[in-house]
Design a protein. Structure first.
Length: 203
């Protein structure tokens, strides 16, 4: 089954903008902006939604307004109303085990300790695709993990992530055009792919 819904995970409200945990929101905000579509509040889904034309297909973009730890409630309501299975869903979210800017695609598996995904597994079940974007590991070992993921990217980190935007969009197009298996084999290669910046330029 093809992807019909792309959900970004994050926390609603201006205070959480540009934080590491909100990178899923940030990417689909960028996609919506590029396609000149406005977000609409959807009380039924407890989310903000927008519909874009990606690769000649209508795709719903979704940002749950339930806060990260209850993302599954919003996404479950959306899939149920649209009569879609988890296989129709792609979720974009942060991963602190990946270096800043790196991305990976997977089809199933555990939450990896991510609370939003943990809740999604409880509410929706497994089988949805996951596009993870690296936020880097915390440098200060004494720093609380929750404080770290809710911290904001500095200017250098923002510049690095901006350099990956074309790659992220290429990856999404690859997923929609060629399917998850082909996309996963390409995206998960360790070497630079598509328009990914050369590592040395980000040092």
């Amino acid at each position: 089954m093809s992807i019909s819904v792309i959900a970004g995970l994050g926390n609603p409200g201006s205070g959480y903008r540009n934080t590491r945990h909100n990178i899923g929101f940030d990417l689909i905000d960028h996609i919506a902006e590029q396609h000149n579509v406005a977000w609409k509040a959807n009380a039924r889904f407890e989310a903000q939604t927008a519909v874009v034309q990606l690769e000649k297909r209508k795709i719903m973009l979704l940002k749950p307004t339930t806060f990260m730890n209850h993302s599954g409630r919003s996404i479950s309501a959306t899939l149920s109303y649209l009569k879609l299975s988890p296989k129709s869903l792609l979720v974009i979210y942060d991963d602190l085990t990946l270096e800043l800017g790196r991305s990976k695609l997977s089809i199933s598996g555990s939450s990896g300790g991510h609370n939003g995904i943990e809740n999604l597994l409880m509410q929706v079940g497994d089988g949805f695709a996951r596009y993870r974007i690296g936020i880097g590991s915390k440098q200060n070992k004494e720093m609380n993990l929750a404080d770290y993921v809710l911290s904001k990217f500095n200017k250098n980190e923002q510049t690095t992530l901006a350099g990956y935007l074309t790659t992220y969009k290429d990856h999404l197009n690859l997923i929609l055009n060629d399917g998850l298996v082909v996309a996963m084999n390409s995206i998960n290669q360790r070497k630079s792919t598509l328009h990914e910046p050369n590592d040395k330029k980000n040092l």
